[in-house]
Design a protein around this ligand. Structure first.
Ligand SMILES: [Zn+2]
Ligand SMILES: [Zn+2]
Ligand SMILES: [Zn+2]
Length: 223
């Protein structure tokens, strides 16, 4: 079985992305900031939809849930096809490294677990634009479900890396650690294994496709 080599720095903070202190500060975000931002957005978006178009409550709830579950599919597809290379689930040194590879190398650096405010808002605007073009006014109730789904994913992922597994939730911790430490090309879902089941990427027993070297220190690229 083909294995890929990965360096993992379990106890080290990742290197700085910017020399400038202010820009570097902008790359570090706590999940509560992002959760709060999108809950506020969702409130105003749903209020706007409700007050302007007077839909039934069930339509609002239905659109919200559709958005929420669409996120779960997006979470899987982005992790599988954007963050990792399609052929062998490695990552390149550019976009994929900044967005995801850095997290595989520094899995316990909590400052790299949350996509910061500015790129998060940019990407959210693109999604909103797509939803608005596709479904018009319904996007005002669908998008809140989608971003709340995103917040759930991001918060679950942060928690998995931040705190030891509570017994009841062991499944989530184990499933994600298989993706990190055994099979990079399996277990792409973080909040649920549903899409891994649908698309045939459930982990297999006694299969190892990553060959990890644990490193203690690393050399700073900027000296
Ligand atoms: Zn360093
Ligand atoms: Zn990954
Ligand atoms: Zn992770």
């Amino acid at each position: 079985m083909k294995q890929i080599k990965v360096n993992v720095y379990p106890e080290t903070e990742s290197p700085k992305l910017f020399k400038n202190k202010f820009l570097e500060l902008l790359t570090k975000t706590h999940p509560v900031v992002i959760d709060g931002m999108y809950v506020v957005f969702s409130y105003f978006s749903i209020s706007h939809f409700y007050n302007t178009y007077h839909p039934s409550v069930w339509l609002v709830v239905g659109l919200f849930l559709a958005g929420f579950f669409s996120w779960s599919l997006a979470e899987y597809l982005m992790h599988r096809f954007l963050y990792h290379k399609i052929e062998d689930a490695t990552y390149d040194t550019g976009f994929q490294y900044i967005f995801h590879g850095i997290h595989h190398e520094y899995p316990n650096d909590k400052t790299r677990l949350v996509l910061p405010v500015i790129p998060s808002l940019l990407i959210a605007s693109i999604f909103f634009g797509i939803f608005y073009l596709a479904m018009g006014k319904f996007a005002f109730a669908f998008s809140p479900g989608f971003v709340v789904g995103y917040c759930a994913y991001m918060t679950v992922h942060y928690t998995i890396h931040k705190v030891p597994s509570p017994k009841r939730f062991n499944f989530w911790w184990r499933f994600h650690s298989i993706h990190h430490y055994q099979q990079h090309d399996r277990a792409f879902g973080v909040t649920s294994p549903i899409w891994d089941m649908v698309f045939g990427t459930m982990p297999e027993k006694n299969r190892k496709t990553v060959n990890i070297s644990y490193k203690k220190r690393h050399s700073e690229p900027n000296g």
